[in-house]
Design a protein around this ligand. Structure first.
Ligand SMILES: Nc1ncnc2c1ncn2[C@@H]1O[C@H](COP(=O)(O)OP(=O)(O)O)[C@@H](O)[C@H]1O
Ligand SMILES: [Mg+2]
Length: 177
């Protein structure tokens, strides 16, 4: 039975270099040091969070592409790795993830692919943190369809804040789907 209230948190901003990956890795590490059980899901084909946690995907290892593919979809639980840090687990990313966008283009229900791969798995964790690519792509939409909360790192400048309008629109659209 799920007695935990798992928080599923996306970290997103379509602008690159604003600190999304740094937030995911450092917040994940800090929470695990505070005895929380944390799962980081790297949904950026540039796999910065994966590298940041000292993981390199090798042949035969499952990664987030395998959760998204139209081929044989791997359940999330089969792609989870333990990291060097106790209580901090990872589903790593590989550059192949970029190809999932094209593969899914004509797939019905393509925005819920990630959510389906996770069916029930999150109950083991206190917090799931999802890193996203610097775009409002289908990968980011899949993250929003699965997440319950969003952290938006943002440069403290009025133009940077104004540029978030598309991001807010996307979040509201997905929220009411
Ligand atoms: N809070 C912060 N203060 C200073 N530098 C930061 C902070 N967060 C991230 N950085 C630096 O900014 C750069 C981009 O961060 P990153 O997390 O890769 O951004 P994103 O994932 O949004 O592209 C990195 O060099 C990172 O070390
Ligand atoms: Mg990043």
């Amino acid at each position: 039975m799920n007695t935990r209230q798992t928080r599923i948190i996306a970290v997103a901003n379509e602008k690159g270099g604003v600190g999304k990956t740094a937030t995911v890795v450092n917040l994940g590490a800090a929470l695990s040091l505070n005895k929380k059980k944390v799962l980081i899901v790297d949904m950026d084909p540039q796999h910065g969070a994966t590298s940041g946690l000292g993981v390199q995907v090798e042949d035969g290892m499952a990664h987030t592409y395998d959760l998204m593919t139209t081929g044989e979809q791997v359940p999330a639980e089969d792609a989870i790795l333990n990291t060097k840090w106790k209580g901090l687990d990872l589903i790593p990313a590989h550059v192949d993830l970029a190809g999932a966008e094209v593969e899914l283009i004509n797939e019905p229900g393509r925005e819920n692919r990630l959510k389906e791969a996770f069916d029930g798995v999150v109950s083991e964790y206190d917090i799931v943190l999802l890193d996203t690519p610097p775009s409002l792509s289908l990968l980011t939409v899949n993250v929003f369809a699965f997440a319950r909360e969003v952290i938006i790192p943002c440069q403290t400048h009025p133009y940077a804040y104004a540029a978030l309008e598309d991001l807010f629109d996307t979040i509201y659209t997905i929220r009411y789907l």
